[in-house]
Design a protein around this ligand. Structure first.
Ligand SMILES: [Zn+2]
Length: 404
């Protein structure tokens, strides 16, 4: 079965009677559980979802008949007796396109049901001079090639952009380091790809990715911070994304931490981004602001083995990073702060300093007991994974609602 998602309006019914709400709800719950957390037995599904075994049997049988899941014996046997079958999502049953547009690179992937990356490609961008039209054209040319190699029909797309995005229609209001203003990226991609397209801020998708598939799976309140070029933040509060008016929440990089500091492109002076953004990290390491990613990461790795040198070079950087995090932790009360690329590659002693300062100086962290500050477990792929999850969200509901 191939899942078809309408490009607008509500999901249309398939032939025959429309499934009732309870059945659709249960199918969606099972499909989401398998997609996010991977294969498990019917008994585990029943326990986790609070459904009785006969309901789970009916739902799994229906999903299997639709081609969305299959069942097989586990590869490893545990204990005596007959092993229980594992229910697993069928990656080819629903495939989405994930696009991660960065300041210096575009990465694309086709991702199957269950979250497996089935194929990927990327290309470099010339920093600050790439026109939206050229990026769009190459994405549209690459998508069918990527999907056709896998023999899959893409049913939705998610796009990560390093900027301020109007969520309802995917208009990129401002992507300062790309120099893009008011680019109707969502509409143009949807017209070209002929599938629903959702566009979101890169840090928001980093938070979504870490929450669904990364280190913050068990955290209901988390903050994701990254400093690819600019600094962005994504927030999950009470298990849901915090978006603010128009979906514009998250411009943490423009919180002023040093009023007498450097001028920022946003018009203010001393924004957090001027002290902990990508160029500031390069500056602290004695590297040119446009240092290639690989060289920057290699430089950070070298310092890992030399704690004295690491703190000597990055001590002040750690101070600014801590100061901003203390402010944001006091404001949002996350239980976990996840440091995305390349902050997640900071040397151990530098990260330890940040963890300690946030613990000691944030009132909220003291009240909670401890706010964890950890490295992203998805690293450079966080935005790509988040973009795929963004695309999967409506697909899972539609798939669950379709017959049989
Ligand atoms: Zn600013």
């Amino acid at each position: 079965m191939t899942v078809r998602v309408p490009t607008s309006g509500s999901p249309s019914g398939t032939e025959g009677a429309r499934p009732d709400d309870a059945r659709r709800h249960n199918r969606s719950a099972v499909l989401r559980r398998l997609h996010r957390a991977g294969p498990c037995t019917r008994a585990v599904l029943a326990a986790e979802l609070g459904l009785n075994r006969s309901t789970i049997k009916a739902v799994v049988d229906g999903l299997a008949e639709s081609g969305l899941v299959s069942e097989r014996l586990p590869s490893k046997r545990s204990g005596a007796g007959r092993p229980s079958l594992l229910v697993l999502p069928n990656p080819q049953a629903a495939v989405v396109l994930a696009v991660d547009i960065r300041v210096d690179r575009v990465s694309m992937a086709v991702v199957g049901l269950g979250g497996e990356i089935l194929g990927r490609l990327s290309w470099r961008l010339k920093v600050g001079v790439e026109k939206p039209r050229d990026v769009l054209t190459r994405v549209l040319e690459s998508a069918p090639m990527l999907a056709s190699e896998l023999g899959s029909l893409v049913v939705g797309a998610g796009v990560s952009v390093p900027g301020v995005v109007r969520r309802p229609d995917g208009l990129v209001r401002e992507a300062p380091h790309l120099h893009w203003v008011d680019v109707p990226l969502g509409e143009q991609l949807a017209a070209g790809l002929r599938v629903p397209v959702a566009v979101a801020n890169d840090a928001e998708l980093g938070a979504l990715a870490e929450h669904t598939r990364g280190i913050a799976r068990d955290a209901n309140d988390l903050l994701f911070v990254e400093c690819d070029f600019g600094v962005g933040g994504g927030v999950i509060s009470g298990g849901s994304a915090l978006r603010g008016a128009g979906g514009y929440l998250g411009e943490l990089g423009h919180m002023v931490v040093r009023p007498e500091g450097l001028e920022c492109h946003c018009g203010l002076r001393g924004c957090w981004e001027t002290e902990v953004g990508g160029p500031a990290l390069c500056r602290a390491l004695g590297l040119p602001a446009d240092t290639a990613r690989g060289e920057l990461l290699a430089s950070l790795r070298e310092l890992d083995a030399d704690p004295v040198e690491a703190l000597g070079r990055l001590g002040e950087f750690a101070g600014w990073l801590s100061l901003g995090l203390i402010n944001v932790v006091n404001l949002l009360a996350p239980e976990l702060v996840v440091l995305g690329d390349p902050l997640g590659a900071l040397p151990g002693p530098v990260l330890d300093t940040v963890v300690q300062r946030v613990a000691e100086r944030s009132m909220v962290s003291r009240a909670i007991g401890h706010t964890g500050v950890v490295r992203s477990s998805l690293g450079r792929d966080a935005q790509l994974v988040g973009a795929a999850e963004l695309a999967f969200d409506p697909v899972l509901d539609v798939a669950a609602g379709q017959n049989p």
